[in-house]
Each structure stands twice: as C-alpha cells, then as structure tokens.
Design a protein around this ligand. Sequence first.
Ligand SMILES: [Zn+2]
Length: 322
Amino acid sequence: MKYSPSEYEQARRELDRRRNEAEKIQKTHRDEVALKCPELVKIEQEMANAGLSVIKALGMGDDSQDFIKFLETTNLDAQKRRAELLKENGYPEDYLKVKYFCSKCNDKGFKDGFMCSCHKVLLKNIAYKKLCSQFPVDKCSFENFDLSFYPDFGSDITPHKRMSAVFSFCKNYAEDFSSRSQSILMLGETGLGKTHLSLAIAGQVIRRGFGVIYASTQNILNKLESEKFGRSDTSDTEKNLIECDLLILDDLGTEFSTQFTVSAIYNIINSRLLASKPTVISTNLTMEQLESVYTQRISSRILSEYTILQFDGTDIRQLKTR
Ligand SMILES: [Zn+2]
C-alpha cells in the first residue's frame, strides 16, 4: 500500500505521542515511588551505574572478566532487592518499567532498520480513517455503554437480560479478536445501541493493533461508485474493504438500492467470507427485509455464516432526551 507524506507524518506524530505518554507515566510512577520509598530510587540508580561500568569494562579486554562477573552478581542482588521493596510497598513488579505500546520497537516505529509491524498497522489505520471520518471511534467505548437504559421487566428474557448478553459477547469479541474471528450481524431497530457497540469493538480492535475500517454502507457505496465511474482520484477503496483485518459496515439496507449497490455489497461480503476475514454488519432491517433488498443470495450467505445478535429495548436516544 502506498502512503502520502502527510500520512507518514501523522504516523510519526502518533508514535511520538505513544512514546512520550509511556515515558510520562513511568516518570509519574518514579516520582510517586521516590516519595514513598527513596531506597528504591537509589537501587535503580546503582543498577544504571553498574550497567555503565559493564560497558566500560567490556572495552578493557580479558583482565576485566572477574570485574564483569562481580558487577553481574551485584546487579542480580539489586534486582532481587528492588522486587522485594516494590512488593513490600504494594506496587506491581514492573511498576518502574516504561510500558511502551509496542515492546518490539519501544514505539520508535523501526527495529534493526526495518519498519516495525506496529508502524505498518498505524499507517493502514490512518489511511482507513478517511472512510471512517464521520464516526466518533474514540467516543463510544464499552466503559460508557449504559445497560441501565434497557428495561428489566415484562417478559422472561427482558431487554436488559438480552442486552447484557449482547454486551458481554461484543466485549469478549473485541478482547479476543483475531484474524480468524467470526462475522457478526447486529439486528434491531434504531437507537438500541448497535452503533455504540460496533464503535466500541472498532476502538478496542484498533488498540490491539489490527487494521479496521468502520464506515456507513451508504458512504462506502458512494466511494465505490465514484471510483468505478472515474469520478475520484483514489482507486483502492474496494481493495482496502476486502483486505482490512476487520470491516464494520454500519446501517446496511438504508442506502438507495440499485443493481450496482447490490452487486458491490455481495462482492465485499463474499470476498471476505472466502478469505475468512471477519465482518461486522449492523442493520435496522429484519432478515426478511434484508432478503427483499439484497436478494436471497446475500441474505442466505449472511444467515449461514454470521453470528446473529438481536438487539432489544426502547430507543435510547429518545429515553436520553426525556
Ligand atoms: Zn513497534
């Protein structure tokens, strides 16, 4: 995939941000520990000095072997003492380590002269973002999904019970996501949280280092149509839709249906199934309505290969304004 200079620049800024953030957190931890247990800071300093001495000694030749051995033993003792002190003060063992987003390249983006996989995923997601620009991927998370909006009375399986199960399913799906994950169809009327939960999945899967495209079906079809008829300066939308690790199609069935849209949707769904790539689709239509809009060929493909999640409840947007 080819990227523009501004996309490389964006990726570099994000890498800098991740690295600074990780180092800032580590510094806060250090300052906190320094107040509570100054001895720990002293040990850290001694270990750093020992490291420098080893480097110096390595330059001295063979006579320094004993000295290096001595430093190594000292260092091991210091490590042990540090672990004990952290535990005594109630800190986890890695509390003073910098926790980089990517431990392979320490958020530098390159390792041994080659571009790190985290950097490649970052570039991909920046390019994909052009298709997701209207969605607040950062605003909808599992943490701010409010199950209390779903009524817990009436039938045996109340909307609250059903939605608690749907919520857990989506959360586990995002946490365990892999390139072999299943595809999901979210069914239910407007305002029941389908977009919120699929955005939460997108956010979590992106944070876990996968390339994700999140887009409204209408928007994607517009783009595909412009590219097909030469009205656009890009031409890689279809390729990206089929190749990304996770494709999330919001609001299937609300677009204006033509022969072009039906065959474009079939092509995307089918190509991804053939390549065993997971797709999440949300729709306000019922299965029967989907079939009448998209032909039986598409709906039976979805029905047999996708996990169906039925959303339930009362329009939350209306409840929130009340
Ligand atoms: Zn990396």
